[in-house]
Design a protein around this ligand. Sequence first.
Ligand SMILES: *Cc1c(COP(=O)(O)O)cnc(C)c1O
Length: 387
Amino acid sequence: MTLALHGGTPVRTAPWPSWPPPLDRGQRKLVTEVLESGLWGATQGGAVVAQLVAEFARRAGVPHGVAVGNATLGLFAALRGLGVGEGDEVIVPAYTFVASATAVLLTGATPVIVDVDPADLHLSPEAVAAALTGRTAAVMPVHLAGSPADMDPLVALAARHGLLVVEDAAQAHGAAYRGRPVGGLGEAGVFSFQASKAMTAGEGGLIVCRDETAYAEIWSVCNVGRRPGGEWYGHPSVGWNLRLTELQAALVLPWLDRLDDEIDRRNAFCAALERELSGLPVSVVPRPPGTTRDSRHLLMLRVETVGSPVDREFLLAAMEAEGVPLDAGYPPLGTLAALTGEGARAEPCPAAEEASRTVVWVRQPMLMADPGAATQVAEALAKVLSH
Ligand SMILES: *Cc1c(COP(=O)(O)O)cnc(C)c1O
């Protein structure tokens, strides 16, 4: 493969850091404690889940939170708990993971897929405004790649039209917008602990929210229709078991102690790479206005000389052969049969389509490498793009 593409020695032969990073002492200790206690489920006291929820809520600057089995179900539960359902429309960006939209489908509402900003690739407030109908109930900004969506115009628009704002913060643990942590900027925010995310228990998720009534409803959706503090076998509304386990919470709670260091590490790598890219036809996709803390879950690069999917496939194969595997990123959501076949409505999305042709991702494990290794990424890009 290597020789077939370019010949010569690959730019990098050493492995990149693996993900997740090695367990730390805090994780080993807490996981062992939970393991030996036999209290693995959140209904058996749930002390670690409770601590994790309290800590996420505190960091998001809101009073409430609910831990869930994953962020897809978290987005579903948040929307449903806030009253979104059949007959409603929820606006989602065209350049995001499919779950942002399939969570809407779970509520019975219709995902309305709108374009992203052509520069920063986050949900465009103009595109949201253009897609509003009498049925629009909520907007879901996605804090893509760890940089917050430009929330002020989105929240102002939502307030003018009486819409809910549910943040998809699955990729943005620790990120901040105009000095305010993500997750607490709308009615609810949802984080993921899936295996590829910046904090992980293999799977898992967590919802944070401000309003007490909304909290009770969301909690109920995740706890078989019970009410907080209510009767065990009283189920005043329909709900499901969407709970996170104590073992999962024990893996992620201690992670909070090192999250900021890891974000700094990824930012250092990204800064080094951005410097190294000068002179190449490759640029870092800029952050939306208002980003004050970019958690750098991914780094998105725009390759100017890539004009077609074939070009990009070639680029990705050649980069892999150089020992610097990059990722193709998302197709526009509106092209996915999983969504269009289920009645999702897609507005024209030229910016997401362009991104699906010209943008490639540097994945989180690579961003955890020593910043000196950024030179190799740039070197491999220079080598591959010169052919
Ligand atoms: C990972 C991800 C999700 C889904 O999270 P899960 O925990 O895997 O269900 C939703 N939205 C975005 C943007 C994601 O990256």
